[in-house]
Design a protein around this ligand. Structure first.
Ligand SMILES: [Fe+2]
Ligand SMILES: [Fe+2]
Length: 212
């Protein structure tokens, strides 16, 4: 499984004959994640981004790769809790030590492009991760200030309003979100709509039946 000869700067192939399939199980990925992460907020962020990636893989025509996209989402911040100063760099070492597929290492690290690492998102999966990671934080913060504390009754326009209000959830980088939308060739509204839809599906799947 560990092939360090691959150049992590080389883009992943997009063609269907090179579909990415997971080389580790979801359980193995969870074990690795929880080896380096205990903070419930970080674990919930990992699960949320996993759900968004899985949902959007299916929505964007990558259903066969949905499990792979999900693993990338789950593991993307592997190093952040313990090594915030080496974010997206230390994760490459930890993942190599764990024998992970270089494609997962590359894809996860690329969400730090221009911020803490120089691996550029090239594959659609990497662009989706880059664009939705920060946005999921903003949408989560929007939910917390609603009476319902939920995404289910949220509309794109209310997220857009908070997006423009830079003091709100100031840690969620608006330039990164906008850059992500640009990378995908999507409008900001489209990116918000797709991400919100994915988060609503996730919330429905995790809510008790009587609260749906
Ligand atoms: Fe990150
Ligand atoms: Fe993240």
């Amino acid at each position: 499984m560990s092939d360090n000869s691959i150049d992590l700067h080389a883009p992943l192939p997009e063609d269907p004959s090179s579909r990415q399939h997971p080389t580790l199980s979801r359980e193995q990925a969870w074990q690795l994640l929880t080896r380096y992460n205990q903070d419930p907020f970080h674990l919930e962020h990992a699960r949320t981004v996993e759900a968004i990636m899985t949902y959007l893989a299916q929505a964007l025509g990558y259903a066969e790769e949905a499990a792979f996209w999900g693993l990338v989402g789950l593991l993307h911040d592997l190093d952040f809790e313990q090594f915030p100063q080496e974010h997206c760099l230390k994760s490459q070492i930890l993942m190599q030590e764990a024998g992970l597929d270089p494609q997962i290492i590359r894809a996860t690290a690329s969400h730090g492009y221009g911020i803490c690492c120089d691996i550029k998102p090239e594959h659609q999966m990497e662009k989706v991760l880059y664009a939705t990671d920060e946005l999921s934080g903003l949408i989560g913060a929007c939910a917390l200030v609603r009476p319902s504390r939920s995404t289910l009754d949220m509309e794109v326009k209310s997220v857009k309003k908070k997006f423009k209000q830079s003091s709100f959830a100031a840690g969620c980088s608006r330039p990164v979100i906008q850059r992500g939308a640009d990378m995908l060739g999507w409008s900001l509204d489209e990116l918000i709509a797709r991400t919100l839809e994915a988060m609503q599906a996730y919330e429905r799947s995790t809510s008790p039946a009587d609260a749906r």
